[in-house]
Write a protein that binds this ligand. Sequence first.
Ligand SMILES: *Cc1c(COP(=O)(O)O)cnc(C)c1O
Length: 381
Amino acid sequence: MKFGTKVIHAGIEPDPSTGAIMTPIYQTSTYVQNAPGDHKGYEYARTKNPTRTVLEKSLAALENGKHGICFSSGLAAMDAIMKMLKPGDEVLSTNDLYGGSYRLITKVYEPFGLKGRFVNMQDASAIEKQITKNTKLIWVETPTNPMLSIIDIKKICQIAKKKKVMVCVDNTFASPYLQNPLDLGADMVLHSATKYIGGHSDVILGAVVVKTKKLADQLYFIQNATGAVPGPQDCFLTLRGIKTLHVRVEQACRNAKRIAKYLSKHPKVGKVYYPGFKDHPNHDVASAQMRNYGAMVSFDFEKDDFKTATKVLKNTHLFALAESLGGVESLIGHPATMTHASIPRKERMKVGLTDSLIRLSIGIEDVEDLINDLEQAFEVI
Ligand SMILES: *Cc1c(COP(=O)(O)O)cnc(C)c1O
């Protein structure tokens, strides 16, 4: 089944009790049993809910996995993965990663004896010597947030397999439409479905997709034992978002390409970060592992000046100044004070995340209107 058919049909069947074509919102906490232990597969809604079951099957299919495990947020999904580790274990992670992921490792898990190490993975072959006997998990985000660095998933997975280390790829920025890490050798894929998968900025939800029953069982155990499950309404909204995932991401990528080109020619703009540019580091890796280059574009000014950035951030009208990404509407953000405020300035500066860096999440509006909006905002600087 191809992707555009999968989003509509995979894992989704008419509701068995009524024939409803759309999966109903099973707003229930428990299920009646005929006799002790004699039930229809559902006992209590933390453990299992039919709306969630359909979403989990759909997500597993989109990532070419076998099992999907859903959580109340992307970070709750990551938290479940961290709970598979033990004190003394080490997570080797990309250094330019989502601020909340960095915070979870360093502020929540390091006090429990887990160790996080953050390295540049753009040269994938260099990670081999970074792996120690304590390294149990390699955490990859690609494209990264907000520098849009590209990491070679296949190469990382080959090295990890040799060293018997698990790999999880945070695929939030690409979405399953553009990139499928399990096909490239990853053990787990993480999504903040809050972003492209939900796609309408109306739900917070996370998921992990895996290939093996062993990992799935561990994650279902943690899902049930710790209880960070999404409600049925959120599962329904996510299922609804999935149906147009390919159409939305395709249009957003098209817009992003035009906007990246426009920015790169603008006299007031400095560096533009967009994996679709031939001179973007690892552009060839992006071409090989992604179907398109995504809809996130970051840019800087010649001078690292917070005031200039602030003027632009305050003066767009269609681009809304907000955290998050991946929705149908375009957003503009300032990573240094917003999404990445929890990362120390010294760490940020190492990867080029300056005080004037601006990140765009390109939506599906008419691209001429988006360009005009940026143009009038640049007039004030
Ligand atoms: C948003 C985001 C997360 C966290 O997801 P939530 O649903 O907000 O908890 C994790 N990784 C990336 C790359 C994100 O953009």
